[in-house]
Design a binder for this molecule. Structure first.
Ligand SMILES: *Cc1c(COP(=O)(O)O)cnc(C)c1O
Length: 504
């Protein structure tokens, strides 16, 4: 692959918009102020600094500046985005269009029930579909993220135990969590007042049953938080036995459903013995994920736990929908109004446009794609577990690090090949991990191109490793000091200093 110096191109050497500023240049014309009297705006509200420090630019300056910068972005619309554990998939534009229907976007959350029947019905139907998909009949759409869905779910467990055990509940405060878990799991457990004990995995990457039983025998177990398929992409085949073990110890099972993209339409957590789950509508069910926008992390639970779900509950009587706030056992609200409604519209649109068959096919394709990558790369990259993966394939840098090249270098070099790097160095249980989740939205040709790129990088590591250790070569900037960027961000332009180097 030839390395071109792209930074000379006018679209690539864009400075800050302040550097385009020319005194007196404007992008607008306002009519003459015809408000009578000079005191139309009170003096203390008028600014007197003449907008000092603002860039003075024309319309075309603004348009070109931001359009050029936008072309430096990598996006799901541009190519494969194989972030493991995150389900960054392409979703149909139709769902976006439906979410923009005026009747939905203009509805005020405080509009009376009789004027919100359509929106209430939409939420009610989505709840019913998510109940069917998970096999868990109690659903709240309120949580605004996966992490908040987790917190809601463990609060349900806490409320259930407090009611069941009374004062004795205080002796039951241990939440078991696999050591590979997403960091939000122990955080949610701690927020709900539990202490965390880590469960080891066995050599196959599955929950170590012996260790699980031992921890249960130690007593005080309130529950288990498990991701399935787990965080190394493998289905916990002992799930039923795991649930039985926890239930026998008097605890409940929470499943982190962020990986539902591997199960929808094929297997239901409720049937496996799971008591509570959260879903990430912004991973599995269409909302674009990763742009920092709003999310939705519905919490689904057994009938037994439903009385503790957040208020208000959406209920149906006859063909009318209404909100019930009068649920004395509820943990209360977890989010203003009803949660992030636009995500719910997208999710229902996604479910209806796929249908049951289509949802199953999406799941099967997601798993097939990951297994294809796993199979094609297993001779090139070290695959730490033998089991067939589900929706994501995990590798490590073991073979390459022996030649002085590590996961970060491989990830950076992938950028030169036109791919967004996969998730790296997560989960922590695999040293130098590369967690690759192609999703169902990638076709065979793109998968092959990705596999070719990964193999080609491995060849480069043998032939000219510095090509990889110095990558990326095709981008405007190379490697950033990411820690400094996060800890000492430069967020303000100061005309009198060089803002890019001042660190202020
Ligand atoms: C993404 C993810 C979460 C957290 O979801 P957010 O919406 O980012 O809060 C939790 N667990 C797992 C396994 C995830 O992949």
């Amino acid at each position: 692959m030839s390395i071109t110096k792209v930074t000379q191109h006018p679209t690539q050497n864009e400075g800050l918009i302040f550097e385009r500023s020319q005194t007196g240049r404007v992008g607008y014309r306002l009519p003459k102020l015809d408000v009578p009297g000079s005191d139309a705006i009170p003096a203390e509200l008028r600014r007197d600094d003449d907008l000092e420090g603002m860039p003075e630019v024309s319309e075309v300056d603004v348009i070109r500046h931001f359009t050029r910068i936008s072309t430096w972005n990598y996006s799901i619309d541009l190519g494969m985005y194989p972030l493991g554990s995150c389900t960054m998939k392409y979703n149909s534009r139709l769902n976006e269009k439906v979410a923009r229907i005026g009747g939905y976007t203009n509805l005020h959350p405080l509009a009376p029930e009789e004027e919100s029947q359509g929106a209430l019905e939409l939420m009610y139907r989505l709840q019913e579909d998510l109940a069917e998909i998970t096999g868990l009949p109690g659903v709240s759409l309120q949580p605004a993220a996966g992490a908040q869905g987790e917190m809601t779910g463990v609060m349900l467990i806490r409320a259930f135990l407090d009611k069941r055990d009374g004062d004795a509940s205080a002796d039951r405060r241990v939440m078991l969590i696999p050591e590979s878990a997403h960091g939000t799991n122990p955080a949610s457990a701690a927020l709900a007042g539990f202490t965390v004990k880590a469960i080891r995995a066995n050599a196959d990457g599955l929950t170590d049953m012996e260790h699980l039983r031992q921890l249960c025998d130690e007593g005080g177990v309130a529950g288990l938080m498990l991701t399935n398929p787990n965080t190394v992409g493998i289905f916990e085949t002992n799930i039923k036995e795991i649930c039985d073990t926890i239930h026998a110890a008097g605890g409940l099972v929470y499943m982190d459903g962020a990986n539902m993209n591997a199960l929808v339409g094929v297997a239901r957590p409720g049937d496996m013995g799971v008591d509570v789950i959260h879903l990430n509508l912004h991973k599995t069910f269409s909302t674009p994920h990763g742009g920092g926008g709003p999310g939705c992390g519905p919490c689904c639970c057994t009938a037994e736990l439903a009385e503790f779900l957040p208020v208000p509950r959406i209920e149906k009587s006859g063909d009318r929908f209404h909100l019930n706030y009068d649920l004395p056992e509820s943990i209360g609200r977890v989010k203003a109004f009803f949660g992030n409604f636009g995500m719910m519209v997208r999710a229902l649109s996604y479910i209806y446009t796929h249908g049951a068959e289509g949802l199953r096919e999406a799941t099967e394709t997601a798993v097939l794609n990951a297994r294809y990558v796993a199979e094609k790369l297993k001779d090139t990259y070290h695959k730490p577990y033998n089991a067939d993966c589900m929706h994501e394939a995990i590798f490590s840098h073991k073979h390459q690090s022996a030649k002085g090249v590590v996961t970060l270098d491989i990830a950076k070099r992938l950028i030169d090949y036109g791919f967004h790097p996969p998730t790296v160095y997560f989960p922590l249980v695999v040293e130098g991990a590369m967690l690759i989740e192609p999703t169902e939205s990638v076709g065979r040709a793109d998968l092959d191109a990705f596999i070719d790129a990964m193999r080609s990088i491995d060849r480069e590591i043998s032939e000219s490793p510095e090509l990889v250790t110095n990558a990326p070569h095709s981008t405007r900037i190379g490697r950033l000091d990411e820690a400094a960027a996060a800890r000492k961000p430069v967020l303000r332009w100061r005309a009198e200093t060089d803002a890019m180097t001042s660190g202020a």
